[in-house]
Design a protein around this ligand. Structure first.
Ligand SMILES: Nc1ncnc2c1ncn2[C@@H]1O[C@H](COP(=O)(O)OP(=O)(O)OP(=O)(O)O)[C@@H](O)[C@H]1O
Ligand SMILES: [Mg+2]
Length: 306
């Protein structure tokens, strides 16, 4: 086992304790938005040495193009390990494009281009012969609309990512264990444990989204990217996914794009604000919402535009 695999193994999520879980939602997305409430940071347990915070993932003067159009402009940002970073900003500002550069999904669009670099634990994901598939195993992604493989069963959807491990990958019974573990992590096991052979599209939208999260978790990624993962979900499914995101921060780096500022405040440690393809400001979530340093951030978070 490689050293980083051993690290990833050791870092595999544990169950969050009750104290670490967010307060239950009192506001549904459909209700008038209250002032953004900011979660206090979880205090370190006494006697525990402070965890070193290093950037698991980082962009370096990143530019992303669709043909001649530059959708991400000179973005340099670090995504620390064991933290959730929210990315906010008005529609069309480049949030999804930035996210899709972080695991080499952007290059799947015809005419798309990337300049600059993205590093995972200090190594470029674009240079030095890294394969896009290997990168996506370490940096999983979940989209706004659930994208289960429609012809596959619930079980095979979750196990599908394991196949790319190829030789030396898990045996069928090991894979079954990983499937159960991943579905449990995604908060779906109890609902599907008797339906593992059914088609994934027989599940509800919220269940399908948690299935996609389980599929992304099955390869034990070091980073999980979520692009508006609750945008098409009801409040209860949204809450389940927010709790999962909050729990994942004990183990991996998470980057979540959201239009819902209450959601960013509930689940994230840090927030990045984008405008016109630029990263305007990245700060601790509480700071960004209550004391931003850029007037454009302030205008956005106080609802004056966007
Ligand atoms: N496939 C594409 N081809 C050409 N231009 C694109 C493509 N996808 C996005 N763009 C353009 O790139 C810019 C950034 O789009 P992106 O989808 O990253 O924005 P976003 O911040 O995620 O918006 P939203 O909040 O609406 O999802 C926009 O101007 C958009 O029109
Ligand atoms: Mg988007």
């Amino acid at each position: 086992m490689r050293v980083e695999d051993a690290e990833a193994e050791a870092a595999w999520p544990r169950k969050a304790t009750a104290e670490e879980m967010p307060e239950p939602r009192k506001d549904a997305d459909t209700q008038p938005a209250p002032a953004v409430s900011i979660r206090e940071p979880v205090p370190e347990a006494p006697g525990q040495p402070e965890q070193p915070v290093h950037p698991r993932l980082a962009t370096h003067r990143l530019n992303a193009y669709f043909g001649e159009v530059r959708a991400v402009r000179n973005a340099t940002v670090e995504f620390p390990d064991r933290q959730v970073t929210a990315v906010i900003g008005p529609s069309g500002c480049g949030k999804s494009t930035l996210l899709r550069c972080l695991n080499r999904m952007h290059e799947t669009v015809p005419g798309a281009g990337v300049e600059g670099d993205v590093t995972l634990d200090g190594s470029s994901i674009y240079r030095g012969g890294s394969s896009a598939i290997g990168v996506r195993r370490n940096i999983g992604m979940v989209f706004q609309r659930p994208t289960p493989f429609p012809t596959m069963s619930v079980r095979d959807n979750v196990a599908s990512g394991l196949r790319i491990l190829g030789r030396g990958g898990p045996s069928r019974s090991e894979a079954d264990g990983i499937v159960e573990d991943s579905l449990t992590r995604a908060g779906l096991w109890d609902e599907v444990k008797d339906r593992l052979r059914e088609s994934a599209i027989a599940l509800s939208g919220g269940q399908q989204q948690r299935l996609c999260i389980a599929r992304a978790l099955a390869t034990k990624p070091r980073v999980l990217l979520l692009d508006e993962p609750t945008a098409s979900l009801d409040p209860l499914s949204t809450q389940t996914i927010e709790e999962l995101v909050y729990e994942l921060r004990t183990a991996i780096a998470v980057v979540i794009v959201t239009h819902n500022m209450q959601q960013a405040a509930r689940v994230s440690d840090r927030t990045a604000f984008m405008l016109g393809g630029e990263l305007i400001e990245v700060a601790a979530t509480k700071t960004l919402f209550t004391n931003p340093s850029d007037s454009r951030t302030e205008a956005y978070v106080t609802g004056r535009f966007g």
